[in-house]
Write a protein that binds this ligand. Structure first.
Ligand code: GLU
Length: 305
């Protein structure tokens, strides 16, 4: 029997309402601090191309660390397995912006989903780019089939002004010779990456290649099936800060979250889901968003387990 995703999403939207006000917005990035806690949007797109949405699924928000998946995918396309000489692929068990762990592990970031890992990955991408060239934005626009997707430069600038830990991390990476490009060049590209503004509907379209074994919505091959396996595995084990165990337990899907309150989840061979609600748990994941995904896999009785 065909799954009634629309009805399931409507039920989830109602059920998570009481959680919306319980989270806390990420206020260390000033433009995010002003976001109302009441926003909620959710979309699901099947690999057959049917899209189901509820709430503010078309409203664009700051996807923040969700963009680290695009960053990793681009680096895999450009560098293949060479990236694993400079970044590991183990859960960090520490904060996403930990300087202590990076120092203790001699400048090799634990994985590409924490900030230090994403800076190294961005550095590798920049090794292929001429000055001023952007090797990510056009790819994201193509993946999402929407040319209007863009960086939110106000957010990027605010992070440039306040992202002192990221700056410290970049200097530490440089000291360990794990950044080739000038520190400021890497930081600016990283801040822009995090400022990408996308909606839940944009995200479920853009992430299709992770549900289809590598093919995007235009039929283009974005990644090999082996690369897709690896990206999904990294999302499962490293995609939600220090809550990967709890997400596997409750949701059971590869997921990537961002401090803007977005979360993307992939059920390979079936669908991509995305949810947005700005109130975060103490560990930095959207509170209502996490519950929404838990309800989705419970109601549909489908997860990777
Ligand atoms: N731009 C944010 C930072 O560097 C990303 C945080 C996140 O979403 O994990 O702190």
């Amino acid at each position: 029997m065909a799954m009634n995703y629309q009805e399931i999403l409507e039920d989830i939207r109602v059920e998570v309402q009481p959680l919306l006000k319980k989270g806390k917005v990420a206020d260390y990035i000033p433009p995010l601090a002003g976001r109302s806690l009441l926003h909620f949007g959710m979309s699901l797109r099947t690999i057959q191309g049917e899209t189901y949405s509820v709430g503010e699924a078309c409203e664009r928000f700051s996807i923040q660390s969700i963009a680290k998946v695009f960053n990793l995918t681009r680096a895999m396309q450009l560098h293949g397995d060479r990236i694993w000489k400079r970044v590991n692929r183990e859960p960090s068990g520490a904060g996403f912006n930990s300087l202590g762990q990076l120092e203790a592990e001699s400048g090799i970031p634990r994985n590409p989903m924490i900030n230090a890992g994403a800076l190294v990955i961005m550095d590798m991408i920049l090794n292929h780019a001429d000055a001023g060239e952007d090797l990510i934005l056009d790819k994201v626009r193509a993946l999402a089939a929407d040319e209007s997707i863009n960086y939110d430069l106000m957010v990027a600038e605010a992070e440039n002004d306040t992202g002192h830990r990221n700056r410290a991390m970049a200097w530490l990476l440089k000291a360990y010779r794990n950044l080739d490009n000038p520190i400021e060049r890497v930081l600016q590209a990283y801040f822009r990456l995090c400022s990408l503004a996308m909606s839940c509907e944009d995200l479920v379209t853009a992430f299709q290649y992770l549900a289809t074994g590598g093919t995007d919505v235009h039929g283009e091959i974005i990644a090999t099936s082996e690369q897709v396996k690896r990206i999904n595995a990294i999302m499962l084990t490293c995609g939600v800060y220090d809550e990967a165990g709890d997400f596997a337990f409750r949701v059971g899907l590869p997921t990537k979250s961002g401090v803007g309150g977005g979360i993307v989840a992939v059920l390979p061979g079936q669908y991509v889901a995305a949810v947005w609600s700005p109130g975060l748990s103490p560990k930095g994941n959207s509170l209502a968003g996490t519950r929404a995904l838990e309800l989705l896999t419970t109601r549909t009785t489908g997860s990777i387990f």
